[in-house]
Design a protein around this ligand. Structure first.
Ligand code: FMN
Length: 343
C-alpha cells in the first residue's frame, strides 16, 4: 500500500485491511514533496472542472476522507472520497478484504464501513482551499433503514460545495439490495430527487448489469441531467482464469480480471451516449497502456484502486508520465483527442 518501498514490503505481509489503515496513517504523517508538475498534454476540462491529468483515485480507498491532501500530492489528477453513508456503520465482520496477488486482484466485502456523513463533511470543511485537484464524493446508503430517494439527495445536500462532484453509488455488491437501485424506475426516482443546481452528479454502475440494460440506463441519466457514468464498480463474477487461494471468497472482485468487462461496458456506453455524458473508466487499470485503452474506449477520466494498493505511491506519477508519452507517440495533441477513438 502507498508508503515508501520498504514499508510496502512489510505492509504486504499484514492483513490487507490492517495494512491499508497503516498506509492511510503514513500518508497523513509522512511529509510528502509537492508533486512534479504534470505534462501540459495531460490537462483536461470535464464538467466544468480543470484537471492537470485524467488519472484519479477510485472510491473506497479513502472512505472517511482522512488523507485527501496527501493523496492529491501523490499526483492523482482527482480523488473520489467515500463511499460515505448517512450514519456511521461497522460493515461486515473481518477478515473482509483479500489479496489475490497471483491474479493482480482484490476481493472485498467491506460493506460500506465508515464514520458517516457528519464526520466526513466536517473533515472536508477543514481542508485548506483551494485544493490542488478536483475532489469527488462517492455516496452510499446504510445497510439498515435506507431510504434511497431520501438518502442520496440528503448526502449531496450535506456536502454542498465541499466537493466538485458526487457519485451515486448503486453498484457496491456488499450492501444487500443496493444493486437493485440500478433498475430504471428506482434510479430515476433517486436522480429526480437530487438537489437542483448542485455539483455534477455521476452514476456508478456494476460490471454485472446486462448489456441489454445499458441503453435504458444511459437515456435515463441523460434525461435526468446526470453529468456522467462511472464504469465500473467491482464484479461478483469469478473468471475461470483466477488461481489465487482466495478466489472463492464472497465479495466484489477488482483489478486485472475486471479490465476486459469494464472496458467493454465503457465502449458500449460511449457509443450510446454520443457525447451527452462524461464517462469515467475504472476497472483493472495498472499501466499507461491500460489508461490509454480506457480513454480510447470512451473514458474522459480514468480511476484506479487495486493497482495502487499493490504498486504504492509512485504509481500515479508513473502512469501520468507514461500516458503523456503514449499520447505523443500516437499523435494526439490532448487527452480529449483520444477519447473514444476505438469505440
Ligand atoms: C477495498 C475496496 C473498497 C471499495 N469501496 C468502494 C466504495 O466505497 N464505493 C465505490 O463506489 N467503489 C468502491 N470500490 C470499487 C473501486 O472504486 C473501483 O470501482 C473498482 O475497484 C475497480 O477498479 P480497480 O480494478 O482499479 O480496483 C472499492 C474497491 C475496493 C478494492
Amino acid at each position: 500500500m502507498p508508503v515508501p518501498d520498504i514499508g510496502a514490503a512489510i505492509l504486504r505481509r499484514l492483513d490487507p485491511e490492517t495494512a491499508h489503515g497503516l498506509a492511510i496513517q503514513a500518508l497523513k504523517t509522512i511529509p510528502l514533496p509537492a508533486p512534479r508538475a504534470d505534462d501540459p498534454i495531460l490537462a483536461t476540462r470535464i464538467a466544468g472542472l480543470n484537471l492537470s491529468n485524467p488519472i484519479g483515485l477510485a472510491a473506497g480507498f479513502d472512505k472517511d476522507a482522512a488523507a485527501i491532501l496527501p493523496l492529491m500530492r501523490l499526483g492523482f489528477g482527482f480523488v473520489e472520497a467515500g463511499g460515505v453513508t448517512p450514519r456511521a456503520q461497522a460493515g461486515n465482520p473481518r477478515p473482509r478484504v483479500f489479496r489475490l496477488a497471483e491474479d493482480a486482484a482484490i476481493i472485498n466485502r467491506l460493506g460500506l464501513n465508515g464514520g458517516g456523513i457528519e464526520a466526513f463533511a466536517a473533515r472536508l470543511g477543514a481542508l485548506p482551499r483551494p485544493l490542488p485537484a478536483p475532489l469527488g464524493a462517492n455516496l452510499g446508503v446504510n445497510k439498515e433503514g435506507a431510504e434511497p430517494v431520501r438518502d442520496y439527495p440528503a448526502l449531496a445536500a450535506a456536502l454542498g460545495n465541499l466537493v466538485d462532484y458526487v457519485t451515486v453509488n448503486v453498484s457496491s455488491p456488499n450492501t444487500p439490495g443496493l444493486r437493485d437501485l440500478q433498475g430504471e424506475e428506482r434510479l430515476g426516482a433517486i436522480l429526480a430527487a437530487m438537489p437542483r443546481g448542485g455539483v455534477p452528479v455521476l452514476v456508478k454502475l456494476a460490471p454485472d448489469i446486462t448489456d441489454a440494460a445499458l441503453p435504458g440506463l444511459v437515456e435515463l441519466c441523460v434525461a435526468h441531467g446526470a453529468a456522467g457514468l462511472v464504469l465500473t464498480n467491482t464484479t461478483l463474477a469469478r473468471p475461470v482464469s483466477l488461481h489465487s487461494d482466495h478466489a472463492g471468497e464472497a465479495g466484489g472482485l477488482s483489478g486485472q480480471p475486471l479490465f476486459a468487462r469494464s472496458t467493454e461496458l465503457l465502449r458500449a456506453a460511449h457509443r450510446l451516449a454520443r457525447g451527452r455524458l462524461t464517462l469515467v473508466g475504472a476497472g483493472g487499470v495498472a499501466t499507461p497502456e491500460q489508461v490509454l485503452a480506457k480513454i480510447r474506449a470512451g473514458a474522459s477520466l480514468v480511476q484506479l484502486y487495486t493497482a495502487f494498493a499493490y504498486a504504492g505511491p509512485a504509481l500515479p506519477g508513473r502512469l501520468a508520465r507514461g500516458l503523456a508519452a503514449l499520447l505523443r507517440r500516437d499523435g494526439f495533441a490532448s487527452v480529449r483527442d483520444a477519447v473514444g477513438v476505438d469505440a
